[in-house]
Design a binder for this molecule. Structure first.
Ligand SMILES: [Zn+2]
Length: 370
């Protein structure tokens, strides 16, 4: 009941869920922030923000979804299940509010792309103040001809073999880092971080500016899919794994806490990630920023799907509607949203678990300080 077939459906479910919250006595401030783009049904696309509880709360649990559009199917479902779990206003601890940012990249979710309307990966777009939107990681130029193709691949093209060979020659960690870090040079290429702060991120930062005036502590969960074993979650934090802060986060949120280090583990370091960009702009707040990643399919098939979809988007004459219905978009959807009941349940369960843990954690923060 939480899973939607398209962005319009997800928005409809959110509005019903908010009605439910209000009927149960919660104080709710819902805002729709239009991004100036249309969806496939000619609907005006918007980012929805939902603030639940006192507007002057000092503690905030913030949940964001759909920064990578097509990953918003999972993020939206998890958020809807969490809203549904809020039964009475007394569930909210004292001096605490909960805020949902529902689908940060509505265009990408509506049109089944991971990037936004400008081909920008929004999780590479939140550069810190003073950082420039230019350059690319070492190794990206070499990798580009393999990734950014102009001819739609034939069904039997051995991409996975080619990619495997490439990583053997160039190193797995190095290739992963070169691919994933974010590039600011090739606007039609994969992992493009943009030439400026995009509209969606700007809307989020403005909204935070208006609403975080009283907040002193914020646990922030950003929901993603595509990395890790199918249905399993990893809690990624952009913090040095050898720092005391990392150890502290492990104590608070458990063994699933993982650093962004291409050498040792699953992930890679990125430029312009949402947590870093937001924390940079609100230095007086004590943040715990966690990316909750749920596994779908293996990395090479996933990159294969991204590569084919990006190719057809830029190097064909297809209309937006034809692209939406093209098999490459449908394959991209199944790479980031597994259509299995077991997977769906695992996401909802693990989503709720972290959410409840992060809410309870806010209450123990004062004790820890004392
Ligand atoms: Zn993602």
């Amino acid at each position: 009941m939480y899973w939607s077939r398209d962005h319009a459906g997800a928005t409809g479910k959110l509005i019903v869920a908010i009605d439910g919250l209000e009927n149960r006595g919660f104080s709710v401030n819902h805002q729709r922030h239009e991004i100036g783009q249309l969806g496939p049904h000619d609907e005006n696309l918007a980012i929805d923000t939902v603030w639940i509880g006192p507007t002057n709360a000092k503690k905030l649990l913030l949940s964001t979804s759909g920064v990578h559009g097509v990953e918003g199917f999972a993020g939206s479902a998890i958020q809807l299940s969490q809203i549904d779990d809020l039964r009475t206003p007394s569930d909210l601890p004292e001096d605490t509010a909960i805020a949902f940012v529902h689908v940060m990249n509505p265009w990408g979710m509506a049109w089944l792309r991971r990037v936004n309307e400008s081909n920008v990966d929004l999780n590479r777009n939140f550069l810190k103040h003073g950082e420039e939107y230019s350059g690319e990681p070492q190794g990206y130029a070499k990798l580009s001809p393999l990734l950014n193709i102009k001819k739609y691949p034939k069904p039997l093209e051995p991409f996975i073999f080619k990619a495997y060979l490439y990583t053997l020659k160039n190193g797995y960690s190095e290739t992963k880092q070169a691919f994933a870090e974010g590039q600011y040079r090739r606007p039609k290429g994969l992992q493009f971080g943009g030439f400026k702060l995009e509209k969606g991120p700007q809307i989020l930062l403005n909204w935070l500016e208006e609403n975080l005036t009283h907040v002193e502590q914020c646990n922030c969960i950003d929901l993603h899919t595509g990395l890790g074993k199918s249905g399993k979650d990893t809690l990624l934090v952009d913090i040095d794994v050898n720092s005391p802060r990392f150890t502290q986060l492990k104590q608070r949120f458990g063994e699933k806490i993982t650093g962004l280090d291409s050498g040792t583990g699953l992930a890679y370091s990125v430029r312009g990630g949402i947590h870093c960009g937001v924390e940079d702009r609100f230095p007086n707040i004590e943040w715990a920023g966690i990316t909750q990643e749920f596994g779908t399919i293996k990395p090479f098939p996933l990159i294969k799907a991204l590569r084919a979809e990006n190719c057809i988007t830029w190097w064909s004459e297809l209309t937006p509607q034809q692209l939406l219905n093209h098999k490459s978009r449908q394959k991209l959807l199944s790479a980031f949203r597994v259509d299995e009941l077991k997977w769906e349940r695992a996401l909802i369960d693990n989503g709720k678990r972290l959410f409840n843990l992060a809410l309870a954690d806010l209450q123990t923060q004062n004790e820890r300080k004392d």
